[in-house]
Write a protein that binds this ligand. Structure first.
Ligand SMILES: Cc1ncc(COP(=O)(O)O)c(C=O)c1O
Length: 452
């Protein structure tokens, strides 16, 4: 007898890719098969419609499978051009580089293309060393910069790093938002770069003071340190402006972009840099390709990038993110602020977080602490599971802050979808505060996790 398609696909994946991931999704009751994704909606083979409030961690700013981006990619394939010749001047890369630099502004004039955010961060590490002749790299606690060895060396959370060392020496973390610490460290003039997310995503949607990035920029300038902004998650109008750093009028020496730049269809990353940085790296004919990569500048990712910019800009999705993001947070505050476990609702554009805190009431505190001992992420994960299973909403908790639920739908999300989400999270949070069912199910899950 033939097995259902889902089981066959899962079996092969479990046997040959990542069985632990399959087990985790099964435990969380999130192992469904998606057959068609469009805009904010994900349709499953068993007839459910899931609303995507995660966007593949901010990849799907333009919505899933945007028809104009798909058309551009089909057209590029039909053209049968030099997709990855690596021996010519790819004009599309010139076009995309020009548009990215002009949108980014400041002194950013050159682009290195790659295929992921981590690869962009790796390039930023190498280029800042080449430009300054220094080794040190300063970063902010709680940052997420990627999981390749260099990028991982710029992350403080042991979960991601343990067992993979030794990583890069001469890296140092300071608290996010702390200009005194920045000044103290950079005054030693040992650091090639300070690398920072303008709004920390995985640390829990942490928005700095208005003056932080501008002050960081001037401390970097005074101490000969390069100022590198990681916009991998926050760029491409996610926060309302093209780059989140534009809210703070910061002018970095380098900007890393990826994720939404691909329109969610083709991997692409970009490192934007000043002429000074470019000249320090590619400073002679001999060094024309001293830092490159096979898939860099490939025609499909360049077309995807251009088409994605067209869509985001012609549909005014930045302004929409600002407007609807405000409305979303307003509504969330209205319905959630009375709950004792809801600490904060914060965000910028369509990049929001709901922060939960330990309950005071004893009847809630006992089960909450029980789970926290099993795994600090367990509470948030059960929320995610409930939202998915009971309400058909895909979300996730922040990777470096398990008490913050990330809310980041595609920028095409509608008022109705936002209202549906608000009511759904209200129902789930109300259940957390009023029912044994939430906690007993959660403890059951915790036991299952411990036993596999
Ligand atoms: C801010 C930030 N920087 C870098 C990365 C790494 O990007 P990638 O996963 O494409 O390597 C991520 C990934 O989530 C990110 O959020």
């Amino acid at each position: 007898m033939a097995l259902p398609v889902a089981a066959i696909a899962n079996d092969a994946y479990a046997a040959h890719v990542n069985p632990q991931w399959v087990r985790l999704l099964n435990l969380l009751e999130m192992n469904v098969q998606y057959e068609r994704c469009s805009g904010v909606e994900l349709n499953t083979t068993d007839g459910r419609t899931i609303l995507d409030f995660l966007s593949g961690y901010c990849v799907h700013n333009a919505g899933h499978n945007h028809p104009e981006i798909i058309a551009a990619l089909k057209d590029e394939l039909d053209r049968r051009g030099p997709a990855m010749l690596q021996s010519h001047v790819p004009e599309l890369a010139g076009e995309l580089g020009a548009r990215l630099c002009s949108r980014a502004g400041g002194k950013l004039t050159k682009t290195f293309f790659c295929s992921s955010g981590s690869e962009g961060v790796e390039a930023a590490i190498k280029f800042s060393r080449a430009r300054t002749g220094r080794k040190g790299l300063l970063y902010a606690e709680g940052a997420f910069h990627g999981l390749t060895c260099g990028a991982l060396s710029l992350m403080s959370d042991g979960f991601w790093k343990n067992g993979f060392g030794p990583l890069l020496p001469d890296t140092q973390a300071i608290p996010f938002g702390d200009t005194d610490a920045l000044e103290r460290h950079l005054s030693r003039r040992e650091f090639a770069a300070f690398i920072v997310e303008p709004v920390q995503g995985e640390a829990g949607i942490r928005i700095p003071d208005d003056s932080y990035l501008k002050n960081a920029e001037s401390i970097c300038r005074q101490t000969g340190t390069l100022f590198v902004i990681d916009e991998v998650q926050t760029g491409m109008y996610r926060t309302g402006k093209f780059l989140a750093s534009h809210h703070f009028k910061a002018e970095p020496d380098m900007v890393v972009m990826a994720k939404a730049l691909s329109g969610g269809l083709v991997p692409v990353g970009a490192l934007l840099m000043t002429d000074d940085v470019y000249d320090a790296v590619y400073n002679s004919l001999k060094r024309a390709i001293v830092h490159t990569s096979t898939f860099s500048e490939n025609a499909l990712s360049m077309r995807a990038g251009l088409a994605t910019l067209d869509v985001l800009e012609s549909d005014g999705l930045g302004e929409r993110a600002t407007r609807l993001g405000e409305r979303l947070r307003g509504r969330l505050r209205e319905v959630l602020s009375a709950y004792e476990m809801v600490q904060d609702v914060r965000g910028i554009g369509m990049f929001s977080g709901i922060e939960f805190t330990a309950p005071r009431r004893m009847s809630l505190r006992i089960p909450f602490e029980a789970f926290r001992t099993i795994h600090p992420g367990m509470f948030g994960q059960v929320l995610v599971m409930r939202l998915f299973r009971d309400k058909g909403i895909l979300t996730q908790i922040c990777g470096n802050n398990f008490m913050v639920l990330k809310v980041a739908p595609p920028l095409v999300v509608s008022d109705e979808q936002i209202e549906y989400f608000v009511n759904a999270i209200n129902d789930v949070v109300s259940l957390v505060h009023s029912s044994n069912a939430f906690w007993s199910e959660a403890l059951g899950l915790a036991r299952r996790v411990m036993s596999v």
